[in-house]
Design a protein around this ligand. Structure first.
Ligand code: FAD
Length: 287
């Protein structure tokens, strides 16, 4: 029947979770509580961001190491190339490989203010990493186009270069128009990009922060979301969480029906919404 069919469609779902290095005692506690809560779901990996130009790569590496030691789950550092020389990147990659890291999320990183050119793009970083060792490499993809890209087609060709350089999957920027992601997936297939395209799911808990973020990442926030969150800025956090979860659940349901098998969650170091969404998807960590 229909219920059994939809449950069987939901089998074999793979998830991954993204965290950022905490910068206070309190955030440190939140992070580790979330890691512990999400680990039993057996994600294929947990990734840890590194803020380009922050010079705090060690903090990313520390969190990666501890996730792996504490949970046994593969952990992947994000690595940017905009703020390091080739020799430095080679050294970092060797160190990562020697410490047992097998997956890297390879990014260019945002250009520092006032800079509008770079001699290294993410595709060059992917090639450099593959020269060092046989890493599994995830790269970024932009269903609504990267803000700097001249046009959608040139951005798509950039993704193709990253795939051809050796990336095995592309994680998408977050999005709210699910059809935009699906159209983008069609365009990547038509362009012969045959790596896994993983939707990046952002469960929204703070609408005002989201608006700022969406502004500089070129992500469209649909009018219906404005209406949904309107008047709730000072309301109980639970109300916003429920709405954020319902939006993300609707998204993943549609995407799972469309054959998506792997979801990446931008957890913002929180576990509640991602956990509930995974549960709805049938992810239990025991299969
Ligand atoms: P690229 O793929 O190199 O593309 C950058 C831009 O250059 C695009 O507009 C592309 O079309 C264009 N381009 C590429 N090649 C050429 C060329 N040869 N000539 C002209 N134009 C070209 N940032 C962080 O600082 N830390 C993180 O941990 C982090 N994690 C992220 C995770 C995900 C899943 C995503 C989607 C983004 C993340 N970012 C992170 C943000 C990312 O660093 C920025 O979006 C950055 O501006 C672009 O990085 P990229 O790897 O997509 O770059």
């Amino acid at each position: 029947d229909a219920l059994n069919q939809s449950l069987s469609e939901l089998r074999d779902i793979d998830v991954s979770f993204e965290f950022f290095p905490p910068n206070s005692e309190k955030m440190e506690q939140t992070l580790w509580k979330s890691v512990e809560r999400l680990a039993p779901l057996k994600p294929s990996y947990m990734s840890v961001t590194y803020g380009a130009n922050s010079g705090e790569r060690d903090r990313t590496h520390d969190v990666v190491k501890r996730i792996n030691q504490q949970t046994g789950i593969a952990a992947a550092p994000h690595l940017t190339c905009v703020d390091a020389s080739k020799a430095e990147l080679q050294q970092i990659a060797e160190d990562y490989w020697n410490s047992g890291i097998r997956r890297i999320v390879a990014l260019r990183g945002d250009l520092p203010a006032g800079v509008d050119k770079t001699d290294m793009y993410a595709s060059d970083l992917v090639a450099l990493l593959k020269d060092v060792a046989d890493f599994d490499i995830s790269v970024a993809a932009y269903p609504e186009k990267h803000p700097e890209a001249a046009n959608a087609q040139s951005d798509l060709l950039n993704l193709k270069r990253k795939a051809e350089a050796g990336a095995s999957e592309a994680i998408s920027q977050f999005f709210f128009d699910t059809s935009t992601f699906l159209r983008f997936r069609d365009r990547t297939a038509a362009a012969g990009i045959d790596i896994d395209l993983v939707p990046g799911i952002l469960p929204v808990t703070n609408y005002q922060t989201l608006l700022k973020f969406a502004g500089f990442t070129n992500v469209h926030v649909p009018g219906w979301m404005h209406k949904m969150f309107d008047g709730l800025d000072k309301d109980d956090q639970t109300t916003r969480n429920l709405l954020g979860a319902s939006i993300a659940m609707e998204q993943v349901k549609v995407l799972a029906k469309e054959g998506v098998k792997h979801f990446h969650f931008y957890t913002l170091n929180r576990s509640e919404l991602s956990y509930a969404i995974c549960h709805m998807l049938g992810v239990r960590g025991n299969g």
